[in-house]
Design a protein around this ligand. Structure first.
Ligand SMILES: Cc1ncc(COP(=O)(O)O)c(C=O)c1O
Length: 482
């Protein structure tokens, strides 16, 4: 074995050890910033060090600062783990070190993108001739989808935004639900469309855009080019906007584009029992979703899909004399993502889809939802607990009232403080990890079940830990002066 092969074997052993220990280690990190700085820092080395030592030291020093977010009891944000084949394919992606910009740089990367794109369109039930870009995440996927929309609606209004920019352009009306994710605003900000100019459409009690409110908003802008942003999968409740009504309202306008942020919710389309949540999805113009969330592909992995490939490419591609464009059907992946040099991100997606198959993917999505419902059921009868959302997907919102506060669903500063203390206690306990949010002016615990390796036993263990932490905070509550 040569030195490099030895190093890679040694690294594989380190990775296997980490993965093996994932279910047992505390889910939170255990080191402070200062401890990590001390372990990893120091001055820039004057002379190079042996690769094996660098990697061994890195693994040792970083370990206490690692969060077991790839493991089965991490319920924070919306974070999937890495399916075995996706993780391994991601390693190969690094070893192969292909530049995914153009066909000529890696025919294998380009063809794998092409195949994965076709499979994804089939899974989501989206038009087979839509274009697909592989991005870093949904932020950049929404950016690509909205950029394509900006191109097409301004082109219809007689304006070439790629050539002329936005100064002097016909004014675009941007419409989004009040529950649109923060990253939709990030995309709009990068597209020069501004955050404050967005017309915000009221949502219902679960966070779904209200079609009547959308119609009222659209009535005031129907003479303008319009971009509408809808959502499948609210980051707090998991609720999905009612797409059939939204599509119908948008299609009545002469010049409008509908984008759907389906960061995790779009995957409901892959599960027969959940597909009704995203009914009508095929009626939109562009869609963004993530591989690194529910498909359980390692970070980072996003997917931009656009019904109108010409708009997609025009908004995202560039050219130079020395670029060699794919001839004919050959795919240049950089043309769909606004990047030139880029990681060949389709390999792990391709692997994940083959490892799961259509049935396995549906089962993964359905299992996560079943476990979310089970966790909600396991918590709902604890003293002073309310589940704030209808658990329709993989998200659960939990609110805790302290002893003496009868109604956990009341807006109450003590219940806010108590809920935050329970969340902090669960995080410190380390059995599982979850975060907090504010929902309808109430502090709440967020549980997101998105990991392929989470079992019923993990759900049970986590429920027991949350209940135990709640009891501990309740026991201290009366004793402490507030
Ligand atoms: C609905 C929604 N949109 C967008 C995002 C952002 O995705 P990313 O972090 O991949 O950019 C998230 C992340 O949780 C999300 O839930």
């Amino acid at each position: 074995m040569n030195d490099r092969a030895r190093l890679l074997s040694q690294t594989a052993a380190l990775a296997a050890d980490f993965l093996h220990g994932l279910p047992e280690r505390p889910v939170r990190a255990s080191a402070t910033r200062d401890e990590l700085l001390a372990a990893l820092g120091g001055s820039l080395p004057e002379r190079g060090e042996a690769p094996g030592e660098v990697v061994a030291d890195l693994a040792h020093a970083a370990d206490p600062g690692l969060v077991a977010s790839a493991g089965p009891r991490y319920f924070g944000f919306v974070i999937g783990g890495g399916l075995p084949s996706a993780l391994a394919a991601d390693w190969l992606t690094s070893a192969w070190d292909q530049n995914g910009f153009a066909y000529v740089m890696s025919p294998a990367a380009a063809v794998t993108e092409e195949i994965a794109a076709g499979w994804l369109l089939e899974i989501f039930g989206l038009p087979a001739n839509a274009s697909v870009g592989f991005t870093t995440g949904v932020t950049m996927a929404s950016f690509a989808g909205l950029a394509a929309g900006r191109h097409r609606i301004l082109e219809r209004a007689g304006w070439n935004v790629e050539e002329e920019g936005l100064a002097g352009a016909p004014e675009i009306a941007v419409v989004a639900g009040t529950e649109a994710h923060a990253t939709i605003y990030a995309s709009l900000q990068m597209l020069g469309l501004g955050r404050n100019r967005v017309l915000r459409v009221d949502a219902d009690g679960q966070g779904r855009m209200r079609p009547d409110a959308l119609r009222a908003a659209l009535a005031g802008v129907r003479d303008r080019p319009v971009l509408v942003c809808a959502q499948s999968g609210n980051v707090n409740t998991g609720a999905c906007d009612p797409l059939p009504e939204i599509v119908a309202a948008v299609r009545e306008l002469p010049n409008a584009w509908l984008h759907v942020d389906g960061a995790f919710g779009l995957w409901a389309a892959a599960a027969p029992s959940l597909r009704h949540l995203v009914a009508g999805i095929e009626g939109a113009d562009s869609w963004s979703t993530d591989g690194h969330k529910w498909l359980n592909v390692p970070y980072d992995s996003g997917i931009a899909i656009v019904r109108d490939p010409e708009a997609h490419r025009t908004a995202m591609s560039n050219s130079a004399a020395y670029y060699v464009a794919g001839a004919g059907a050959e795919r240049d992946g950089g043309g769909f993502v606004g990047e030139s040099s880029r990681r060949a991100r389709a390999f792990p997606i391709y692997a994940a889809l083959r490892e799961l198959g259509r049935e396995g993917l549906a089962e993964l999505i359905e299992r996560c939802c079943r476990l979310a419902a089970r966790m909600a059921d396991g918590l709902r009868d604890a003293p002073g607990v309310a589940i704030l959302n209808d658990v329709v997907l993989n998200q659960v919102l939990v609110r805790f009232a302290p002893p003496g506060v009868a109604d956990p669903t009341a807006i109450d500063a003590d219940a806010d403080a108590f809920t935050r203390e329970v969340i902090a206690a669960v995080q410190a306990d380390g059995t599982c990890w979850l975060g907090g949010t504010t929902w309808h002016e109430m502090a709440a615990m967020r549980i997101s079940v998105s990991n392929w390796s989470t079992t019923e036993a993990d759900a049970e263990l986590s429920v027991a830990a949350i209940r135990h932490c709640r009891d501990g905070v309740a026991a201290r509550w009366g004793a402490e002066a507030r």
